[in-house]
Design a protein. Sequence first.
Lengths: 448, 88
Amino acid sequence: MPRLDPIIAHNTRVVAYYADRVVYREDYVAHVAAVVSRLPDTAYVINLCDDRYHFQVGLTAAMEKKHINLLLPTRIPEFINRIHRQYPDLYVLADAPCAFAGIPVLQIQQLMVEGATDVAPLLAYPPDQVLAIAFTSGSTGDPKPNVKTWECLVEVAAMTGSRFQLPEYGQGGIVATVPPQHMYGLETSVMLPMQFGWGSYAGRPFFPQDVADALAAVPAPRVLITTPVHIRALTAEAPVLPKIEYIISATAPLSAQLAQQAEAAFDTRVYEIFGFTEVGSAATRRTVDEQTWHLFDKIRLRRDGQSHVLDTPYIKNSLPVSDIIEAIDEQRFSLLGRDTDMVNIAGKRASLGDLNARLLALPGVVDGVFFNPDDKDEKVRRLAAFVVAPQMTVDNIIDALRDMLDPAFMPRPVVLLDKLPRNATGKLPRSALLELVERYVVTKGKKS
Amino acid sequence: MSENVPFEAEVAQLIVDTLNLDVESGDIEPEAPLFGDGLGLDSIDALELAMAISKKYGFQLRSDDSNNAQIFSSLRALSTHIQNNRPA
């Protein structure tokens, strides 16, 4: 009998919490059976369900049917069309109206309707079954696929739960402000609770007051999964929150100062997770205590030429770390700087090289460059774009970019110039770009 | 014309100042969408605005009584939402 790893802990009682009701394990099993009996036979699925419980049911049903989830960094139609051309045998699973040219869309609420079904979900899968392909934005412009096996997700959840000592807290509730479709959200707000028998809040609270309402809807012990942007908003507005054991933050660096404020304001502990799409969650630290990151038990760090790689027993290849780090030993490191090609706007990532290539490819654009300002605190900074396009207006450029870029990466502002300050070798030194920013972006913002 | 024009102008200025936008507050069309094709705002901006609104008008935005898309659908909608929810 081959090894099968369960998707949901055997002692799970509640799978999901809503503001006014709970979803028990039996309900979840019945919903999965109903969905499985109604899904088509395809190879791939894009699960766009916003409701975290709908996402969980869709994910489980896909595993039952051996459909591979395609996890996309953005929902803009241009990107989905590109994925569709490479993976034609797919359907979209959604819980809100949406349409994509040529792709069947199934509404999960219609599939979840119970009825006579002879499907008995297995709820356990072989380690090598592929759960997902997570796409990252490559500098060449083509999305880069990263295969995620069931073993990979199970191992990361096990190490995360043990790092945060979840079993010692009993069974509680997890609230997340991050979407389940991103690796961090999938690992911490879907896999982690399911593997440890905790329930997840089904909604995705947005404003600080929504987070307070969501936390009040789940039982103690509580864990909040979020990002520096939300921690900043929560700390600024300081709504009354019920007791939270941990706040977990990822997607962008959190300052020790803000972590300290959040710990004091909400009488809790704030931890950060370090990871990237290729490896998933990999290391943690308690931000107020130290700069040092501690890798999960089964992950090892080693030097490879000029850079560092991570080795795990659940991913075949060694994974290069694109951020600039200093190894302390094979389990600990300091983060010195982020990957200079990688733009991170409120947790959404894109390659600067790819963004520049797209800008240059616009008809009418003669030269152009995106500028990524340094992050100084948790206030989100936007990209600026300097463009040479004699026949175009700023609005023309913005309209053209809007069709191909995730809103987070839309430049603000777009500055039209006669030429860019390229040096003799045709490069744009950062110092020259900083001068442009000083002249056209910073002073403009301070005009009044 | 709406009777709310002075208050809309105040909220327009708050939007421009908070988000450091490259437009004049008077150029924001009261009925034009703030997100997407209009002013091009996104959810990160909504969170920034929520913080600024809480600081200036003394109440916290919530999604469940009316959804985000509705609150931020236009300058006029946002101004009305603030007026209806700010403490007297």
